[in-house]
Design a protein around this ligand. Sequence first.
Ligand code: NDP
Length: 330
Amino acid sequence: NKVITLNSRPVGKPQLSDFKFEEVEMPQMKDGEVLLKTKFVSVDPYLRGRMSDAKSYVPPFELQKAMSSGVVAEVTESKNDQFKVGDFVSGSLEWKELQSVNPEHLTKVDDQIAPLSNYLGILGMTGLTAYLGLTEIGKPQKGETILVSGAAGAVGSVVGQIGKILGCRVVGIAGTDEKVEFLKSEFGYDDAINYNTTENMTKAIAEACPNGVDVYYDNVGGDISDAAHTNINRFGRVIVCGAISTYNETEVPTGPRVEGFLIKKSVLMQGFIVSNYAEKFPEAVKQLAQWLAEGKLKSSETIVEGFDQIPQAFIDLFSGKNTGKMIVKI
Ligand code: NDP
């Protein structure tokens, strides 16, 4: 039974040596527990924050202890009446091949409704983050322009599609020409910009958003966001979902200058953690599942195979190896 632990706290970009593979004993089941076999593991940018010991909204991972993230697992033995062998569950679980847990915080998921990996992506935290961040903070109106950074990633690819469903013009920013094409051909983006080959992002955004930016859904922060802020309209809304471009920085990053951007234009800028909206999850998942069933939303996933590949898949998020949700299949 293999487990992946945190070996050292990364300095800058995470390295394979920050993780350690260990063999542990087969778990002993207690009454009320289920024995779970890991099927799919989610790797997410926020795990980088938990690998450092800085105080945050979730406690840091402990050194030499198991890493954890969103997992879909199969019940292979059960000492709990509510769960039977063959059930699938999703929730926050350790990076272990097998584990015995009390399932009270786990959710049953159904592979007849959607592929199991979707519960870590479009029907999981990713879809909820995209939908609730956009609708609760951005409140886009029909005909408005939404700009999305990290647009070809897990959250970004869903934000753009929802923006189109809501009748907006949607423009994305991503790191390769292939992703830029994919945004337009697969996710319905009206236009897209490759930030790696564009010298003047402020000008490129202005050209792609002739009516300015009403809603900026920010997944990356840094220089890309400086250029986005310059193009924001009066009464614009900035949804600060993530700042992956700064997660590996060793110095405290500098922030936006607020006068021209926030004050003069009366812009709303709000950060959030998706769990702030926990009471809206059931309704939001229902909406996402309905759009998915109607073919209005497409799920996009990059699936890497093998338990041993979990750390590398995580590291690869920081060089954009994924399109859509990065998931490891065990
Ligand atoms: P993604 O699937 O978007 O993966 C990360 C992507 O970020 C990469 O594919 C890469 O795409 C891009 N990227 C990596 N490094 C940089 C960089 N230096 N500059 C610009 N882009 C970069 O991850 P998620 O969709 O899971 O998460 C997106 C963001 O949302 C993250 O910042 C994450 O922390 C945040 N988040 C916040 C939540 C909340 O509750 N607030 C919940 C979930 C996610 P490319 O090739 O385009 O560079």
